[in-house]
Ligand binder design. Structure first.
Ligand code: FES
Length: 139
């Protein structure tokens, strides 16, 4: 474990202690809540899309969870604005792990991808592509 990974750990801790965009967005295009079934922790995500509903403008989150889940949610709220909905939907586990920058144990993968899944599923529910109204991470 070199200096690089220490730096990423510090960053995760910083996002955990000072989560960015924590709270609610009043004019959100869609909101969704999801749960990590391993621990029962829940995260809610609000997303504002542009007028054409093609580009993410703002993201906020709230909820409980471990440092990994909170930090990845916080980082995601900074990463997503400016990306297209298609890019959001194409995001995969590894994109989130890249954001975090450290090795995540298999037990913690669900923590890491929770906010991403909630943001993705929320969109699909919003446009009527999903029936269930609940996200439970399964990766
Ligand atoms: Fe609950 Fe990580 S332990 S989200």
């Amino acid at each position: 474990m070199g200096m690089g990974s220490d730096m990423y750990r510090q960053r995760i801790l910083d996002h955990y202690k000072n989560p960015r965009n924590y709270g609610e967005l009043e004019d959100s295009t869609y909101s969704h809540v999801g749960e990590n079934p391993m621990c029962g922790d829940e995260i809610a995500v609000d997303v504002i899309l542009d007028e054409d509903e093609e580009v993410v403008e703002r993201v906020a989150f709230r909820g409980d969870g471990c440092a990994i889940s909170q930090a990845s949610a916080s980082m995601l709220t900074q990463e997503l604005p400016g990306t297209t909905v298609d890019e959001l939907l194409a995001m995969e586990r590894d994109d989130v792990l890249d954001l975090l920058g450290i090795e995540i144990s298999p037990m913690r993968i669900k923590c890491a991808v929770l906010a991403e899944k909630v943001a993705q599923d929320g969109y699909e529910i919003y446009v009527g592509e999903r029936d269930d109204d609940r996200t439970v991470t399964e990766e």
